[in-house]
Each structure stands twice: as structure tokens, then as C-alpha cells.
Ligand binder design. Structure first.
Ligand code: SAH
Length: 221
């Protein structure tokens, strides 16, 4: 499987472990056959159910902001193709461990979750995958050192904030509509929220009934 040609063209991605992870995970296996010929383009692609696999640079940019260390318990919302999940498996595995032991990922479409699991297992990754509403997080395995949300919401879901460990890092796109989303790095220190804007992005929506109720939002902007 060919290495990603574009990883060398990203001056912003300085983490050598992350660059190595990108060279190891074959993106082509995570996209449907008809679009596989474009898998090494630095662009999003359709994966079915009206969803998309993110642009590789955005995956790298979000993951770098999480500053993952081996053993970090990590929650992903929006498994989609499973490509981002594989990168998380690579970066959180301790040597000798099955990669995926520390990775939890939630997807709302059963079809996508099952396809992702098939490819991930084929490549030797064993993350914990669940079908459900990711805005609720995955409370049974909380707290998480890192949380990455790969779909955009208008508000920060309270369950995700509550499941973030002290000292933890969360990367999440927030914005009322597709034209006005920003990527945020949120960190928790002494229970307080600190925020850094990582730039403008465009993600598919985080679809969740619980976000209709303001009681489930953390208001911080
Ligand atoms: N990380 C994925 C991105 C997929 S796009 C990849 O690189 O392939 C975002 C995904 O979030 C979609 O698969 C969509 O179905 C899922 N999603 C949207 N709302 C969700 C919710 N409330 N809970 C879980 N997954 C959700």
C-alpha cells in the first residue's frame, strides 16, 4: 500500500509519531470502491449514508491538537469510515499491546460502524465501537484523557464535557450552521474550561435529540 504522498507537504504537522501513523494507515481501504482511486487526495470523500471521510489534513490537525500519549483513554464521536479511529489506535497503543485497547468510538449509523469495524479488525486494530448518540458520550468508560468530535454541533454537549478527565483535551467543531463552524481545542484545568480557536472548518452535523434541550449544553462562548 502506497504511503500518503501529501503528508510530506504539511509543515503544520510537526509531530513525528503522527506523521508515522499516517504513513502506516492505508486510507484507500476505508473508502467505498468507486472513490478509492481518489483516496490519496487531500480531500474529503463520500462514504455512504450522506456522510464523508474527513480531509486527511484536518484529521492530522485535530489529532495533533490532542497531543496523545500511549495509554491515553480516547473517545471519538462519529466513527464514520474508521480512518480517524485507526490513527487514534496507532497513537494510543503502548508497545506490545493490541492497538485500540484505549480507543472508544461512537457512530449513529449501524452500517458505517460495522464497515469500519471490519476494516479496522482486518488491519489489526481492536477499538471499542458502539452504535448510538455520541452527544451522550460513552459514560461507562469515562473519564477520557482525550475526546475528538468529528461532526459539528451548535452547542458543546454537556455529557462530553463531564466525561473529559481533569487535564484532558477535547477537539470539537462548533457552529450554528455549515458556513460558520470553528474548530476548538477545549482543555479542563481545575474543572475550568480553557478554549483555543484552531480555525474555520466544515463538518457534517452532529445529529442528536438531546441537543434540543438547553440543559444539555455547556454555555461558555
Ligand atoms: N471520523 C470520520 C468522520 C465521519 S463524518 C472519518 O474520518 O471517516 C462524521 C460522522 O459522525 C458521520 O459518520 C455521522 O454519521 C456521525 N454522527 C453524526 N451525528 C452523530 C451522533 N449524534 N452520534 C454519533 N455519530 C454521529
Amino acid at each position: 500500500m502506497a504511503k500518503f504522498p501529501w503528508a510530506e507537504r504539511w509543515p503544520e504537522i510537526y509531530d513525528p509519531r503522527l506523521r508515522a501513523a499516517f504513513a502506516r494507515v492505508p486510507r484507500g481501504l476505508f473508502v467505498p470502491e468507486p472513490v478509492r482511486q481518489w483516496a490519496d487526495r487531500d480531500a474529503p470523500l463520500p462514504i455512504g449514508e450522506g456522510q464523508t471521510i474527513s480531509q486527511p489534513f484536518i484529521v492530522a490537525w485535530m489529532t495533533q491538537a490532542l497531543a496523545l500519549q500511549p495509554g491515553d483513554r480516547t473517545l471519538e464521536i462519529g466513527t464514520g469510515s474508521g480512518f480517524q479511529t485507526a490513527i487514534l489506535c496507532e497513537l494510543t497503543a503502548r508497545s506490545g499491546e493490541t492497538p485500540g485497547l484505549h480507543v472508544y468510538s461512537v457512530e449513529r449509523f449501524t452500517t458505517l460502524s460495522q464497515q469500519a469495524m471490519t476494516v479496522l479488525n482486518h488491519l489489526g486494530y481492536s477499538p471499542h465501537l458502539m452504535v448510538g448518540d455520541g452527544a451522550q458520550g460513552w459514560p461507562e468508560a469515562a473519564p477520557y484523557a482525550a475526546i475528538i468530535v468529528t461532526a459539528a454541533a451548535a452547542h458543546l454537549p454537556r455529557p462530553l464535557w463531564e466525561q473529559l478527565a481533569e487535564g484532558g483535551r477535547m477537539v470539537i467543531p462548533l457552529g450554528a450552521n455549515a458556513e460558520s463552524q470553528s474548530l476548538w481545542l477545549l482543555t479542563k484545568h481545575a474543572g475550568q474550561l480553557h478554549a483555543e480557536n484552531l480555525g474555520d472548518v466544515r463538518f457534517v452535523p452532529l445529529v442528536s435529540p438531546i441537543l434540543h434541550d438547553p440543559a444539555n449544553w455547556v454555555e461558555w462562548m
